[in-house]
Design a protein around this ligand. Sequence first.
Ligand SMILES: [Fe+2]
Length: 199
Amino acid sequence: MDAFEAECRRLYDDTLHLLRGEASLHDVVAEMPTMPVWLGGVAQTLPVVEKLARLPAQTSTKTHAMVQRIVDLAADLPWQQTYTEAQVGKHYLQNYGWFNLLSPDGLFESHSLRISIGVWLKPIFYQEHRHEPEEDYVILAGGGLFRSEGCSDRVCGVGDIVHHVSNQSHSIDMSDSDLLALALWRGGDLMRRATLGGQ
Ligand SMILES: [Fe+2]
């Protein structure tokens, strides 16, 4: 096992430990392998990766070490983006990104659960979108204003969990706050990208 895999295993263990403490995520935790198969991934950087050092100051005692680990690992992670500049604009692409920790494509392997870790740096607005898998966002640092179809607006911060059912439209306003969050997806096509509103 190389040093990168070892550190990613520590990040996975951090994630498992954090989620085990959340009663509402019992079904998600049940889908998480204790010793997941390593698929790995090719490092891919993004403009946002240079700007993550401010995140550990926006955590709780439960999430601080995990967020610091993400920041320390960031240069070696396979960062991705879902959308194009034509869809979301240049500012959005320079201040957001995500990577899969657990998915059909790695870093660790699962075909029933996808755990991605996403970051958005303020001021930024994640416009209305939806996807087939049901979802839980678990906030690790910062926060945002969540607007979800059929729900009252919610200002959420570290420690909060936001659940969306399959194809429930939602947006996140991060005008005033950075956001680093786990996104847990179950059911449906785990690798199909989210659909922006009206498309
Ligand atoms: Fe979502």
